[in-house]
Design a protein around this ligand. Structure first.
Ligand code: AMP
Length: 174
């Protein structure tokens, strides 16, 4: 099998000029690459006690669900506003321009449960940090974060100091 990185498609100027979008659809459509990516992301946590995987809408779900299955845990979705039906906790966080909001069901995580956060890509780290804070608000303990892709040059890792984090495919420049 080819290197996993070679399955990622760069799409310049999407969704807006100046952004190089890392398209994972070209990886997940190939069964061998998808399977390898999920196993490698999960394997790093096989020896860690985890109660719940938390993953972030929407591309995060593509990896969160198989990783939860492989680790034998439940999965709790973090969603954009107005998607979750039951009582929820909300967090608003800053973007480059404006703010964004994420939500989680209050009963998704029991107090003290050990949580692994899964997303497709770490860029500036704003989304991941907000998710950590959301999980902590409902009483979860974060034991790690795992990403398929890390855009290292955006320094998201620095925002997540104090948390255990790993990524599979690293880009050190755009
Ligand atoms: P951030 O909060 O800056 O770390 O952004 C992380 C979220 O935005 C992830 O959930 C990604 O799905 C998405 N994202 C940010 N930058 C890119 C990019 N260059 N290519 C693909 N997705 C991106």
């Amino acid at each position: 099998m080819k290197d996993l990185k070679s399955y990622i498609r760069d799409v310049p100027d999407f969704p807006k000029p100046g952004i190089v979008f890392k398209d994972i659809s070209t990886l997940i459509k190939e069964q061998e690459a998808f399977r390898e990516a999920c196993h490698r992301m999960a394997d790093k946590f096989q020896n860690t006690k985890i109660d719940k995987v938390v993953s972030i809408e929407a591309r995060g779900f593509l990896f969160g669900a198989p990783i939860a299955y492989l680790l034998g845990t439940g999965i709790v979705p973090v969603r954009k506003p107005k998607k979750l039906p039951a009582e929820k906790e909300v967090i608003e966080y800053d973007l480059e321009y404006g703010t964004d909001t994420l939500e989680i069901h209050k009963d998704g995580i029991e107090s003290g449960e050990r949580v692994l956060i899964v997303d497709d890509l770490l860029a500036t780290g704003g989304t991941a940090l907000a998710t950590c804070q959301l999980v902590e608000k409902v009483g979860g303990k974060i034991v790690g974060l795992t990403f398929l892709i890390e855009l290292e040059f955006l320094k998201g890792r620095e925002k997540l100091k104090g948390y255990e984090m790993t990524s599979l495919i690293i880009y050190d420049k755009e």
